[in-house]
Design a protein around this ligand. Sequence first.
Ligand code: NAD
Length: 361
Amino acid sequence: MRYRIATIPGDGIGPDVVAEARKALEAVASVSGFELEFAEAMMGGAAIDATGEPLPETSLEICRRSDAVLLGAVGGPKWDGLPGDKRPEAGLLGLRAGLGAYANLRPARMFPELAASCPLRADIVAGGLDMLIVRELTGGIYFGQRGQDEGGDAAWDTERYSRAEVERLLAVAYGAARARGRRLCVVDKANVLESSRLWRRVAMETAALHPDVETSFMYVDNCAMQLVRNPRQFDVIATSNMFGDILSDEASMITGSIGMLASASVGGSGPGIFEPIHGSAPDIAGRDAANPLATILSAAMLLSYALNRKEEAALVEGAVAAVLAEGLRCADIASGAPAERVLGTRAMGEAVARKIREAAR
Ligand code: NAD
């Protein structure tokens, strides 16, 4: 079996972390007897510098012809002054829309070895933390009509959702809930927003079709609070684009470090996009200081969701758990305990690839 993976290194620490995730994928392929063909595509600031466009058509075409897309991160201060549609982030939105990836799956899982990095009281997260946020990704306020008046003294963005957009997102969320703890919390602001009232209406209808999953509803402000008060109450959260953006970053910090969190953007007929939730971290770029584990865990999601290689995905996740259990850390997840050894980006990537090969022996 041969799979084609498009890699988009992007900017800042993106190329460094993608290189290490690629090593993990190559290690898995070598021990599992399938072949991977990698095709690199440009996006973000790197693409702007080379072509003037954040997402050249050739890059989108490389992705469309692949089984999955592995992405680092884009953006940085060098391109911050550009107009909105020419900025690196426009490439990201264009890629998601171009591949029809409308559902963003963001697991927030705390490895027991990293409990000390959790900013919450130990009793709140005792027993670990494992939730999944399913965020709508191609609709809502990030894609709605926007503008400003002539003088620039007033501006507006529009949140608009259709029934079909909500239904297809919920279908992914119920699928995920069924594969996990069978509990789904739909988060909205139905007490204020008309678009949220549509979400609530459609979600209540959909819930009736899924009696095997326990469905609950929560306002987004309460959810933001509950995430720090009692995060263990959540299994799967389904929500709109902007609410999901904010809540998933909050959930990520509860688990310790943004450098540990993976994501998958799936749906539609195009290949899924697999990327860490962090950005290009310009403050540590080029210093071999980035934690590659979020991108390596994104590669595990790629194996599971895009290639349906569940065992191989578990192999990668197991290798990450094993290096942590051995005391290996990147700087962002180091607690200073004497048993820990702090590694750079490359050494951490190599340690995970080695563990994958050892575990398969
Ligand atoms: P960021 O996630 O890049 O960095 C936030 C903080 O987390 C920084 O201190 C950074 O050093 C640290 N950090 C992030 N990833 C890390 C890792 N793997 N290991 C260790 N530390 C890590 O967010 P930001 O600073 O708000 O944004 C920087 C740039 O990234 C901006 O241009 C932004 O637009 C872009 N961005 C891109 C994406 C994406 O491509 N998906 C997502 C978010 C931000």
